[in-house]
Design a binder for this molecule. Structure first.
Ligand SMILES: *Cc1c(COP(=O)(O)O)cnc(C)c1O
Length: 376
């Protein structure tokens, strides 16, 4: 079925930049250099400039960006890192993978981001860092988070995997803290043709050390002289070359997502018990996801599915209730807002190329659902 609505259609994006992408790939093939090199270095510089920071270090994934950031600040066994339970597993997984313990703090139900007013009560002598997530493309309340971090001398590392190009009080996601982490996973707003990630920072020492860590801790001057131990987490030249093409379109694409969101807002506000996404003051939301809330989420999702309209639940189970984290000893009702959100959220197709026609069809079906339920 050609005309079926897709949750995300990357083939449309490819069609719109095909010439430049194909050319970029050919360019890499002609250089014969596939790991690191000029394309990668140029892309790093362009990302740093785009985010308004001094340095950027490309890595193999968003997960590795987070992992290496925690590592570079010396987060390890005995340490605790404060984060949100309402995020993708990678955020908390990396905390465990450096040997530390994730400590969750409930979310603000309006933004789905970590609630800064609940952070202080979770700080102990072992707390080393705060790891806020800019969920769905809107940044966490960084001013409040940074104030707390300063008071208790903690590092802040931003999980900006979903927020590249969003602003908070005129500062770019990832640029406000000690280190900002991005993912170029294919579904993200700036997406690779494979895996990819980036760390940004203003600190030269951090920059140098992550650069070493991503490539076995080799000395930059002598590859076979290892000062520290690292991992293999590098960005392919093909990914860098194609990401450079897409970076030039990112603002335009993010803007289009914003326009699509506005259209949904206008048409869905006041339908049933739907709550449309909240955008806080000073925020530029880049709508990585357009996520509504409704108590009838499960029924609505099935209704839309039966009408060939794909939707997604981000996230169906908060991290503190994941079997993998059961050893942390959390239980149900520990984070009521995250748990309520997990039951009520529904993300609608929002990618830049989605047509008005398709959006209208989605809106019509949602209205129909609530009309059938007598909830309009
Ligand atoms: C995608 C994502 C990651 C992980 O990025 P990968 O590139 O898939 O490793 C981490 N945190 C959040 C919030 C994400 O959305």
């Amino acid at each position: 079925m050609e005309n079926k609505i897709k949750f995300l259609d990357l083939t449309q994006q490819y069609k719109s930049v095909k010439k430049e992408i194909d050319f970029a790939i050919k360019r890499v093939f002609n250089t014969g250099r596939f790991i690191g090199g000029e394309e990668v270095e140029k892309f790093e510089k362009e990302i740093a400039k785009f985010c308004g920071v001094k340095y950027a270090i490309s890595v193999n994934s968003g997960t590795d960006a987070l992992f290496l950031s925690l590592k570079v600040f010396g987060v390890g066994t005995e340490d605790e890192v404060i984060t949100t339970p309402f995020t993708f597993i990678a955020t908390a997984e990396v905390i465990v993978n450096v040997g530390a313990k994730p400590v969750f703090v409930d979310i603000d139900p309006k933004t789905f981001n970590i609630n800064p007013s609940k952070i202080e009560e979770k700080i102990t002598k072992k707390t080393k860092a705060i790891l806020p997530v800019h969920l769905f493309g809107q940044m966490a309340e960084m001013n409040k988070i940074k104030r707390i971090a300063k008071k208790y001398k903690l590092f802040v590392i931003e999980d900006a995997a979903q927020a590249i190009g969003s602003d908070y009080k005129n500062k770019r996601a990832g640029s406000i803290s000690e280190a900002g982490c991005f993912s170029f996973y294919p579904t993200k707003n700036l997406s690779a043709y494979g895996d990819g990630g980036m760390v940004i920072t203003n600190d030269k020492k951090i920059f140098n050390k992550i650069r070493m860590l991503r490539s076995h801790g080799s000395s930059p001057k002598n590859k076979y002289y290892n000062l520290i131990l690292g991992i293999n987490s590098r960005l392919d030249a093909i990914q860098a070359a194609t990401l450079r093409v897409k970076l030039r379109c990112l603002q335009k694409w993010n803007k289009k997502r914003g326009e699509n969101a506005k259209f949904y807002d206008k048409m869905l506000e006041g339908i049933g018990d739907i709550i449309v996404p909240y955008v806080g003051p000073g925020q530029t939301h880049i709508f990585h996801q357009y996520t509504i809330r409704t108590k009838f989420r499960n029924d609505l999702m099935v209704y839309l599915y039966n009408s060939d309209i794909p939707t997604q639940i981000y996230y169906p189970l908060p991290l503190h209730l994941q079997p993998a984290f059961s050893y942390l000893g959390y239980k149900r009702d520990d984070f009521p807002e995250a748990e309520r959100a997990a039951k009520e959220v529904l993300s609608l197709p929002i990618y830049p190329e989605i047509s008005k026609f398709d959006q209208k069809k989605i809106i019509k079906k949602i209205k129909e659902f609530f009309k059938d339920k007598n909830l309009v």
